[in-house]
Design a protein around this ligand. Structure first.
Ligand SMILES: Cc1ncc(COP(=O)(O)O)c(C=O)c1O
Length: 432
């Protein structure tokens, strides 16, 4: 059992998205190539919530204010969240995911999707338990397991060499389940790769979980931001015992409501019960007034979601087109979500050095790939939920920086292909 010191040593935040501002900008050891490249600073470590980029769902602020006016009843909800809001959520999430949800027993409102992840894992992981997680996947997944004293069992996902499905190594997943793994945690759509699991992959995960009695926590935070031509399979609606699945979502991303700190977990009542007990000692409840904002979730004005998806899809295509022109860059066209995870050609400097140089010289912040998988020392992640023009210009600056910092042995490290998703844009497909 790792000591508390060891556990904290494994969950550093130095390079985590949003923490870059705490790093010293200049590093005396770092040799910079060339001068500054001017342009509007862009922080791709998270989405931009702003009238010039993406604004929160209409009506969100009004619901918050109405919650404040309701006073005590909204400030002090049950630990699992306001009963009325839970009922609304349960109905809407059941329709969205295609399987029933009981607002009374099977749903908890949490402080962000992040809060839901911590509570769900905290409710089921014993110290010493083996927990399967995907590589690459959301950077916090590994840290959660390690903090709780679990043992990470990595399952590789070969997202780059295919243009449909996630590419999870299902054979490896089966071996892991056979070897005693009791919990499997994954995001779908995947952050950072933006890929969506195919129906066959979800069906196989469901049947393996059933065969081996594995509890699956699926983080579906980006499942509403699905691009044209893609379909989505909800694990909880597949052939799986509902007692083995907890689904996690929240309005932080597609809806740009991250600042309200809201999330929801729904599924196995035995786990939701424990999550409530844990929430009671962590934060008591999700922010009471914010909970009222969930009334806007899945009830946006007609056409709002379609417009939001179209705006992100246009961004995706324009950014991919810039990357496509850079020799040695490989990027798969995301099927959902707002992330690009390009693999760079071989650089003449370590990835952290390059990422820092990008900030110092080009005013562009990205997240190093190793946050998502220890072997992705060749990739960077961008959250492209940004002002369109500023994002395109910033990616042009990244392209210029890649050229400056590429290894000078002339080896691109790859064939330079940019893969379009199976339903990728005409632009990206044309460049494949
Ligand atoms: C896959 C995934 N899960 C959870 C979170 C946490 O989101 P929230 O702001 O809802 O806590 C993020 C944030 O980037 C994420 O990408």
């Amino acid at each position: 059992m790792p000591t508390i010191d060891e556990r904290f040593a494994r969950i550093g935040t130095d390079h985590a998205p949003g923490q870059e501002v705490r790093q010293a900008l200049a590093d005396d050891e770092m040799e910079l190539r060339g001068g500054a490249i001017s342009g509007t600073p862009v922080d791709f470590s998270h989405g931009d919530v702003n009238p010039t980029a993406f604004e929160p769902t209409p009506g969100a602020l009004e619901e918050l204010v109405a919650g404040v006016h309701r006073g005590s009843s909204q400030a002090y909800t049950e630990y699992r969240g306001d009963a009325g809001v839970r009922e609304l959520m349960a109905e809407r999430l059941a329709v969205f995911t295609g399987a029933p949800v009981s607002g009374a027993d099977e749903l908890i409102i949490t402080p962000g999707t992040q809060g839901a992840l911590f509570l769900a894992l905290g409710a089921i992981v014993n110290a010493g338990d083996r927990v399967a997680i995907v590589r690459p996947d959301y950077f916090a997944n590994r840290k959660l397991v390690e903090f709780l004293g679990g043992v990470v069992v990595p399952i590789e996902m070969d997202y780059l060499s295919r243009d449909a499905g996630a590419g999870l190594d299902l054979g490896r997943l089966e071996d892991a389940f056979k070897s005693g793994v009791k919990t499997f945690l994954f995001s779908n759509p995947n952050n950072p790769a933006g890929v969506v699991y195919e129906p066959e992959e979800i069906a196989r995960i469901a049947s393996l979980a059933m065969d081996h009695g594995v509890t699956v926590i699926v983080d579906q935070l980006y499942s509403r931001l699905l691009y044209t031509g893609n379909s989505y399979t909800h694990l909880r609606a597949a052939a799986i015992d509902s007692d083995l699945v907890v689904t996690i979502m929240g309005p932080s991303k597609t809806e740009s409501l991250s600042g309200y700190r809201l999330g929801a977990a729904f599924g196995a009542a035995r786990i939701i019960d424990r999550m409530e007990k844990l929430q009671a000692i962590v934060s008591l409840r999700a922010p009471g007034y914010s909970q009222a904002v969930l009334r806007t979730w899945f009830a946006e004005p007609d056409g709002w979601l379609e417009e939001r998806i179209a705006a992100h899809q246009a961004l995706r295509d324009d950014l991919l087109a810039v990357f496509a022109a850079v020799p040695g860059v490989r990027a798969r066209s995301p099927q959902a979500g707002s992330y690009l995870f390009p693999r760079l050609p071989r650089l003449g400097v370590p990835l952290h050095h390059f990422v820092r140089a990008l900030r110092v010289q080009a005013a562009v912040t990205v997240t190093p790939g190793i946050e998502f998988s220890p072997d992705r020392t060749d990739s960077i992640r961008l959250n492209f939920s940004q002002n369109h023009e500023a994002a395109v210009n910033a990616v042009r600056r990244i392209a210029e920086m890649v050229d400056r910092y590429r290894a000078d042995d002339g080896d691109d490290g790859d064939d330079g292909a940019v893969l379009a998703g199976s339903h990728g844009s005409a632009t990206a497909a044309g460049l494949a």
